[in-house]
Design a protein around this ligand. Sequence first.
Ligand code: G3P
Length: 219
Amino acid sequence: MKFFVDTADLNDIKELAATGLLDGVTTNPSLIAKSGRNFLDLVAEICEVVDGPVSAEVAATDFETMLKEGRKLAKISPRVAVKVPLTPAGLKVCKALSTIGTMVNVTLCFSAAQAILAAKAGASFVSPFVGRLDDVGTDGMGLIAEICQIYKQYPSFTTEVLVASVRHPMHVVEAAKLGAHVATMPPSVIRLLFGHPLTDKGLAQFVADWQKTGQTILG
Ligand code: G3P
């Protein structure tokens, strides 16, 4: 399973990339607004730091402008995955860009039917928003199960299921059990994945016991 970080904070991205466990980055207009950075400059900088897909979202909603924006974003780096909304125009842009070899992430997916359309449009990634579905009393992870099941029926579908709007580690674990290809998480959730009180307790004991030996490994 690939781990992407869902942020536009370059410091967080650099820190997580240094773990060697980061496979990509996703951004969205809300995250860019929060960063206060120039969008194009920031995307270029992220592409320098991360060895993997970097999702950069178009701002327009009409086909012609989205296509122009998508082409411009794709020129920044071959690592850019142009993010388009799951609308008829967005899917049309997805088809046009994927046909010329540009990665496309189709975002704001809230149904299995929409995910089928994204695959048919040649998306590299489809982003179902599990947290936002949970927020309105719908089973977000149920949607991931449905999409994974459907995609497995069709080997010609190469679209990767990118679980988005992840709120806690169990979303990641459940998505992994279902075989989702990617989880994109806020930095806080990635950090939570590492933790377990028994790891901390066990390590403290090992450190204390090792000190009793009076030895050093490095001499
Ligand atoms: O970037 C798309 C998605 O991950 C946003 O998540 O937390 O705003 O619902 P959230």
